[in-house]
Design a protein around this ligand. Structure first.
Ligand code: PRX
Length: 649
């Protein structure tokens, strides 16, 4: 028996997962020493219309080009080739509605729906290179829309359906999208979220949208604007459509996905066709080793990169059967996930530490209500997993039989960067460590000056060489792409995370090193929230930071200075919350909003978020010699005390 060491003691793992690290090391070595040969081989996991001339062109670094002059189509690889070979009747998705209804769609069914909607897109005037926004809940039309766009070479940008009108408008404007695909509403926690009316509100702040396609999901009343809005079921009436896939250059964009950075403006990460597809198909195989007959459940939302790569493209490229669940994981009861695993005999579950901690809070009673014996492998993503949650997941869900694949990666990286590799050779697992780099990934941990730090010391993680899944650029902002990611360390990709490598070479990811928050696995920018607060007519200044939270990892705390003419009162706080909810979306709403009279600032007038956070969290502020007015520090302390009293803490 292998031993798994955790801070809480030693966990036994079954002989079945006896480490076989040797073959991983061999694959890794080959990927680093002979990258051209290695990637040429890996690229064959997909069907190419034209083979590439060169694996990697670095001449315009950091705008790296993978599989130069290769021609490929993501929708062809996701559906056509399975229909043409032997997977026509295999389930592509088992879709479970929040009310428990199910729909099973085969590869042939998906192929037909994709063609159908691709034809509709063409008829609505969308061509190769056009930008379209997809703002849909977890329904089957979401992958269909993504694949249909990919089929005709239109560049889609999926906006998570939990975002508010302001956030949606910003993404429409930045991408200059001419079409929005949405639904009348979405079911969430037994309630309806009125998506179409959010779209209507967002479009008022934009000027490029000509068409809105609306899926009828909830049957709530919606306003359909004559000449602009059209129902999905009307445009897809021709059920015999076939659209020849547009053979895309490997380095043509496939999609844009916005993610938060250190300014108020989200960054539009642009992913390409060839390198990205090769990367995600291989990383899924390496990390999780799915077998043909397995049922794979990536329980993320399709609107985030995890959903793009591992609900839509990679599992379809590999011809797998995925579970797709529409609703909240605690609805109608906290056994929802366990019930789905039991009902569909799910083999691999991939979810977030926040989901695990949320369900763990309800206790073992819920997983015990169901037969989870079909599970073979478990995975996590999005934030560091604490050993206690790891252990709970391992014992109560995996019944000490399933390895936990902790995948560390980012929107920008397209797919897993650091993760145990089940198919190549699983290392002994250490709860909380994402273990070792994927083949082709060459990480290094550096100090601020670019010197490599010794093992066991915290530093910034960077990557010494490009990999196929990396984003091509930032939409409309190649300068920001270079500056944000490639300037801190020359010739390397800097990703904004702290990490440690331990004496056994394991990587431990320690969270963001910048002003970016990770709330329940969602990446949010502090400045975005501050900007939204300042946009309220009452607010003069604000400072936002993340406070550690046992379930969500971090929660948002805001300190706000009102303009002089406004009195401090609770209604203002309620209104601020409401405005953030409507503008940015519910995930951005601060857990705490404190009204204060002053914020600590440097002599040059910059708000010292670090000091606000340190005082609020009762950690000693660092150097406060540059503070303009130390009164505000006391006031922040007083605000916290009074909030704690009011909250009955
Ligand atoms: O800080 C890291 C954290 O999430 C960030 C990326 O967020 P996003 O682009 O939204 O993508 C999330 C899904 C891939 C990273 O910079 N992160 C992600 N996975 C892990 C993680 N931190 C620790 N362990 C992980 N497994």
């Amino acid at each position: 028996m292998t031993e798994v060491k955790t801070q809480e003691g030693v966990l036994p793992t079954k002989e079945l997962y006896h480490p076989n690290i040797g073959s991983y090391q061999q694959a890794y070595k080959e990927s680093i020493e002979k990258p051209e040969e290695f990637w040429s081989k890996q690229a064959q996991v997909l069907d190419w219309h034209r083979r590439w001339d060169k694996v990697l062109d670095e001449s315009d670094a950091p705008f790296y080009k993978w599989f130069v002059n290769g021609k490929i189509n993501a929708s062809y690889n996701a559906v056509d080739r399975h229909v043409l070979r032997n997977k026509r009747n295999k389930a592509a998705y088992i879709w479970v509605a929040e009310n428990g209804d199910e729909k099973i769609i085969t590869y042939d069914g998906l192929y037909r729906r994709v063609n159908n909607f691709a034809k509709a897109l063409l008829e609505l005037g969308i061509k190769k290179g056009d930008r379209i926004i997809i703002y849909l809940p977890m329904i089957l039309e979401a992958p269909v829309a993504m694949l249909a766009a990919a089929r005709i070479g239109a560049v889609f940008s999926f906006v998570f359906a939990g975002f508010g009108a302001g956030a949606l408008a910003e993404r429409i404007n930045d991408s200059k999208a001419t079409m929005v695909i949405t639904a009348d509403g979405a079911f969430r926690n037994g309630k309806v979220v009125k998506l179409k009316s959010i779209v209507d509100e967002a479009i008022e702040q934009t000027s490029t949208v000509r068409t809105v396609v609306v899926v009828e999901r909830t049957k709530i009343d919606v306003q359909m604007e004559e000449g602009r809005d059209i129902w999905w079921h009307i445009v897809t009436r021709d059920s015999h459509a076939y659209v020849e896939p547009e053979w895309m250059d490997s380095n043509d964009p496939l999609y844009i996905l916005y993610t938060s950075g250190t300014t108020g403006k989200p960054k539009g990460a642009v992913h390409g066709n060839g390198g990205y597809s090769v990367w995600i198909a291989n990383t899924l195989k390496w990390a999780f080793d799915p077998e043909d007959d397995d049922r794979w459940w990536c329980a993320a939302d399709i609107g985030w990169v995890t959903g793009h790569s591992y609900i839509v493209f990679a599992p379809l490229f590999l011809g797998l059967t995925s579970i797709m669940y529409e609703g909240a994981i605690t609805f109608p009861a906290p056994d929802r996930m366990w019930e789905i695993i039991d009902r569909y005999r799910v083999n691999i579950l991939y979810t977030s530490p926040t989901a695990i901690r949320t369900l763990m809070r309800y206790g073992e009673k819920y997983p015990k209500m169901h037969d989870l014996s079909s599970l073979k492998v478990l995975g996590t993503v999005g934030e560091p997993i604490n050993p206690a949650a790891w252990k709970w997941y391992y014992e109560n869900i995996g019944k000490s039989n399933c390895p936990i694949i902790d995948t560390y990666w980012q929107t920008e990286t397209g797919g897993f960067m650091i993760s145990p590799s089940l198919s190549l050779g699983l290392p002994p697992l250490k709860p909380g460590s994402a273990t070792f780099p994927m083949p082709g990934i060459d990480p290094v941990i550096l100090d601020d000056k670019g010197n490599e730090v010794p093992n066991e010391e915290k530093g910034f993680i960077a990557y010494k060489r490009p990999w196929p899944g990396m984003f091509l650029t930032l939409n409309n902002d190649p300068e920001r792409f270079k500056k944000t990611y490639f300037e801190k360390y020359k010739g390397m990709y800097y990703c904004g995370d702290y990490a440690i490598r331990d004496k056994d070479g394991y990587y431990w990811l320690l969270g963001r090193a910048d002003e970016v928050l990770n709330v329940a696995g969602h990446r949010l920018g502090t400045i975005e929230i501050e900007d939204a607060l300042i946009a309220s007519r009452e607010v003069a200044e604000s400072a936002v930071f993340g406070k550690p939270d046992p379930v969500k990892g971090e929660v948002i705390v805001a300190f706000v200075v009102l303009k002089e003419e406004f009195e401090h009162d609770r209604d203002i706080v309620t209104n601020l919350r409401k405005r953030i909810r409507e503008d940015l979306g519910p995930i951005y709403v601060p857990e705490e909003i404190h009204l204060v009279k002053l914020l600590p600032k440097t002599r040059s007038g910059k708000i010292m978020r670090r000091v606000v956070k340190a005082v609020a969290l009762k950690q000693l502020p660092g150097d406060i010699s540059t503070l303009e007015n130390s009164v505000s520090v006391d006031e922040i302390k007083a605000a916290i005390e009074s909030f704690r009293k009011e909250a009955g803490d």
